[in-house]
Design a protein around this ligand. Sequence first.
Ligand code: GLN
Length: 303
Amino acid sequence: MLKPDQEIVQNCLAASDCRELRSAVASALADAGIEDGRLEAQLLICDAFDVSRAAVIAGIVDIQDPAKRDGLALMLLSRLSRRPLAYIRGYKEFYGLAYRVSPHTLIPRPETELIVDFVRSIYSKLSSSGSPVLIDVGTGTGCIPVSSLVHCSRLSAVGIDISAEALHVARQNGRDHGVQDRVRWLQSDLLEAITGMADLIVSNPPYISKSEIPLLAPEVRAHEPILALDGGEDGLDPYRRLIPSAIRVLKPGGYLAVECGIGQAQILSEMLRSSEFDEVDCLKDLAGIDRVVIGRRSTGSAI
Ligand code: GLN
């Protein structure tokens, strides 16, 4: 019979020193089906005892403080219930910066960094004729516009989300990273509330198909906001709405870059080609999957 989580946590805390604690926590996490139990054990101990990862790895942390032990017990219990580590720690690294997260925001993923790479790669071209404007649709933590602004000094941005709670987190992230003067946070359903024009529209919209949602890891399925995941029957609903409105908002010659799921890049590329976009291209993530589709609004179709 499975041991109740409370008992597992108590067994871990019976460890006599940091090394023993570290390996007990790692095993408990691995037994619960958590993939990277060793790394997560280190990070939980770092946070609970407020020490560096190097100190945890070296095994030189004093683990006797009762309040800190209670803190670890709570975090571990929460993680064993498959709450994502980022929600427990309160932040996640993205593009080399720490972003606050909450259960109202998707946890930033490494593949989304490709969008920031793209913004940086196109920025010098766009900024040669002024200060470009970027719009991020479905901004969540604001990780895309904030990271882009940090690296592109003349860029300004609008981060859009339908969720006021997500925008609250994004605003804090903008302040944390010193770009609050160049970003506006706007509550809107996709681009509906936008009246001006943009040089660049980016988005990591919800793109999981209905049938795949029950197959997601428990961390994602039961804890991340469904609004940030569910892309309708085939996962493409948000793009069907976003592409026509992007044509309304993008300046002729402006760029659209959207993240997509496995197997969606080809159909998305077709959607862009048949909707006033040229120079359609895909960027691959580290696993070799076509992950970001880019298009340039054709210059011949100025309104
Ligand atoms: N833009 C945010 C991110 O990439 C949120 C995306 C979303 O909520 N679908 O992490």
